[in-house]
Ligand binder design. Structure first.
Ligand code: FES
Ligand code: FES
Length: 165
């Protein structure tokens, strides 16, 4: 079976087992190792990517279901250090990450959430993080950073359109 889809803005053709999990293709064929494979059961969120703009766990996504889709990984979310996603920049500025294992998945989940919910309150942000486990930083600090990021975004870009993802 041949599956074709867009990966970080480029065409990609896959000719192998359609049940291969997307996370394995990302890490082993493309060396997009920002996407982490931790639990491989859909619990931790470390493997989260965007498929057609929706945050999904790539460990549970067989490549055969991706035909015609647009897949974006943490590497595709920004274009280098100079153009980090606002949330990446906020995490970096706040020093809100320790080991970093959860961070790419957290950014992918929350960037999609922030795009769709620019007026989200603290409780809604916490609910949005339920699928992303962090074992070392502590969630409050992460939530603080997201709240600040949304506040900043609201103040500075109200007339500039929606946040890029
Ligand atoms: S590795 Fe996919 S959810 Fe944990
Ligand atoms: S920073 Fe280590 S798991 Fe989140």
């Amino acid at each position: 079976m041949t599956v074709t889809f867009r990966l970080n803005g480029e065409d990609y053709r896959f000719r192998d087992d359609p049940m291969t999990p997307l996370v394995d293709i990302l890490r082993q064929e493309h060396f997009l190792t920002g996407t982490k494979a931790v639990c491989r059961e859909g619990f931790c969120g470390a493997c989260t990517v965007h498929v057609d703009g929706e945050a999904v766990p790539s460990c549970l996504k067989p490549v055969g279901l991706l035909h015609g889709c647009e897949v974006t990984t943490i590497e595709g979310l920004s274009s280098g250090q100079e153009a980090l996603h606002p949330l990446q920049a906020a995490f970096e500025a706040a020093d809100a990450v320790q080991c970093g294992m959860c961070f790419p998945g957290m950014v992918m989940s929350l960037s999609a959430f922030m795009r769709d919910n620019p007026g989200a309150c603290r409780a809604e942000i916490k609910s949005a993080m339920v699928g992303n486990i962090c074992r070392c930083t502590g969630y409050e600090r992460i939530v603080d950073t997201v709240v600040d990021c949304l506040d900043t975004h609201r103040q500075t870009t109200e007339t500039a359109g929606s946040m890029n993802v």
